[in-house]
Design a protein around this ligand. Structure first.
Ligand code: ADP
Length: 244
């Protein structure tokens, strides 16, 4: 089975005399198709790690290997293409285009990819149906409630059927009932389209539903637990520390 592998990833910020290491020599791997929660206190490096795995940010050192390829060996344009094809993002603060219709919002990643009109239409309707918003195709996104905006953001994130979906505090701005619906949807989509799901969350219930739990502290990997089967529950997935 294919795995997503992070090897000795390090990322620092700030000027040389005042460097701050946000991610410090982090190594792990997870099977493609799994659900992964990244947990840790505020400032522990969760978002930075997600940005590295998704190629949004470049590490100072180390590798991120997806489909057997170190994504940082890709050139700028190739990396953009890789992200557009294989990666979907969902953020806490929705980021939908309020003045555009739902259709236009979901169309965006497909336009970047230059998908032809008919195919595009088919995919947009498919994605909106997955989040149960097919009856609002022509509504302006600004008219939606918070939960609906998040569902729209999910439709946009999945329209390319990405290999990996990143959700950074996806329920942070939602009431608990709406949040629960959005979370159920993310897990359903993980099953339906087989995308690996990475979630950064403070929500213990959400973290507990994920198969793999990655805990960070001060930019370091504290533990990685695979809870997908009782057999593995106490055992860490490869941390890479053993004999690499
Ligand atoms: P978390 O998501 O766990 O709250 P982050 O990954 O956002 O943590 O941040 C980890 C640390 O790196 C924090 O101390 C933060 O201030 C710092 N940091 C993150 N991004 C930047 C940046 N672009 N410039 C400078 N420091 C940053």
């Amino acid at each position: 089975m294919s795995v997503i592998r992070v090897k000795h990833a390090t990322k620092s910020y700030g000027p040389r005399h005042n460097r701050f290491t946000a991610i410090d020599d982090v190594t792990f791997e997870v099977p493609e198709g799994s659900t992964v929660a990244i947990v840790g206190k505020s400032g522990s490096g969760k978002s930075t790690l997600m940005h590295l795995i998704s190629g949004l940010d470049r590490p100072d050192d180390g590798e991120v290997i997806i489909e057997g390829k170190n994504i940082f060996k890709l050139r700028g344009k190739e990396l953009d293409q890789f992200r557009n094809r294989h990666i979907g993002f969902i953020f806490q603060s929705f980021f939908v285009e309020a003045n555009e219709s739902l259709y236009q919002n979901v169309s965006l990643p497909l336009e970047i990819r230059q998908t032809i009109y008919n195919k595009r239409r088919e995919k947009i309707l498919w994605a909106l149906e997955r989040v149960d918003m097919q009856d609002k195709v022509n509504v302006r996104a600004g008219k939606l409630s918070g939960g609906e905006k998040q569902r729209l953001a999910i439709a946009r994130a999945i329209v390319n059927e990405p290999k990996i979906i990143f959700a950074d505090e996806p329920t942070g701005n939602l009431d608990s009932a709406t949040g629960a619906k959005v979370v159920n949807l993310l897990f359903e989509l993980n099953k339906q389209i087989g995308s690996t799901l990475f979630v950064v969350t403070h929500d213990h219930e959400l973290a507990a539903r994920c198969q793999i739990l990655i805990q960070l502290k001060d930019g370091k990997l504290v533990s990685i637990k695979d809870t997908s089967s009782a057999k593995n529950s106490k055992q860490a997935v490869t941390t890479g520390k053993e004999g690499e």
